[in-house]
Design a protein around this ligand. Sequence first.
Ligand code: BUP
Length: 454
Amino acid sequence: GDQSFVHVALLPSAGMGHLTPFLRLAALLTAHNVRVTFITPIPTVSLAESQSLSQLSTTFPQITQKHLHLLPLDELSANSEDPFYYHFELIRRSSHLLPPLLSSLSPPLSAMITDMSFSSTVIPITDSLGLPNYIFFTSSAKMLTLYVSFHTMLGPHREIKDGLEVSGLEPIPKAWIPPPLLKDGNNLLKSFFTENGKKMTESTGILINTFESIEHETVAALNEGRVLKGLPSAIAFGPLPPCNSETDHQLAWLDDQPTGSVFYVSFGSRTAMSREQVRELGEGLVRSGCRFLWVVKDKKVDMEDDEKLTEVLGQGLLERVKEKGLAVKKWLNQEQVLRHPAIAGFLSHCGWNSLSEALWNGVPVLAWPQHGDQKINADLVERIGLGVWVKSWGWSEEEMVVKAEDIAARVKEIMGNDSLRLQALHIKEEARLAVGDTGSSTKRLTALIETWKE
Ligand code: BUP
């Protein structure tokens, strides 16, 4: 068939952790001559999201953007729970706008690719339109095993007794399960998990931003029905290459630092640490004696994040930070940071995109998971040899404070560890092979596109 007839619609979810991989997927499909319609729920939660979307239209004018206009909900407040989960709910309740939008697209769609947080909402819609629906799972395959199994793990009071055991896989201990899922009764995250995880069996396929050499066994277990019976195929087609071409001019400081000398610190777009922990971390970075680039964040949503660095760190600490480091309280192009030759280590919350950017660039990771899927991902970091996870450092919910000396010692350890650096470079090679012309991920993706032509 003619390639130009393959047309897919993409529906991302709220937050940069969900939007970024969808943007990369849109770019990749476009490079494979697939026509892409990008459905954009607006308004977005963060400024970073709206900026990335406007950059998409500049860089890829051939990708059509369609807005899904969200209406605020009276009975649910954005402040009552996580603003991002609230937004998931808004998108869910606006789903009646989807059928007319999808059927108006021309040429007609071959398939729809939906974020995992909307499988239960969108699958009935695409079913009624006779459209194949692929769910894009934006975290690790290991996390997917929990996602699809979660509904089977709940007791009569919707409580969880144990971790997850899958034959042939390392178990997921209860302590690594996202804390809101362990609470009795209901909360937004828990009902999203239950409903959407359950519905995954009805999707046409599950796309995962991972690759064979790091998660082979997990992908095999998913595809052999050992995790949950009746799942469609799990397609490991990652890691998605970065697609962002703009240069971040805020990174001039990095250009002046020696090769392999700078430690980068960021906890993603949605973690806000306590002021006390932020300062202890700053002390630790200073005491490590290393150069460092530190993205400071003390609010969940960037639009609220306007407190000055001096207020957050205090004048004294800020002065000492400046001796060898750079602290910023704004959005940096992280992929570009990690690609920079000056960078040699990364203290990360282990959001899946951050990890995929770290391994794409061969940067060793000091893992400090804060919530959600991050402990499960941190375990993977250790298993594949990309980095070190200090398991005693708690979730951000636990409000324990990790001390400066402890942080300083770990930073020094990571920055001076040659075997870790070599292993990280090895993973980088494998990542690039997987998405190269003859790589396992490329094969899967081209085979998938072929099925859309039928
Ligand atoms: Br902060 C920050 N610049 O300053 P994750 C983040 N990012 O480019 P999250 C920047 O946002 P979830 C910044 O490179 C990554 O692509 C970063 O995604 C980028 O974590 C993305 O790492 C963040 O998956 O989301 O945002 O906490 O909780 O969904 O994992």
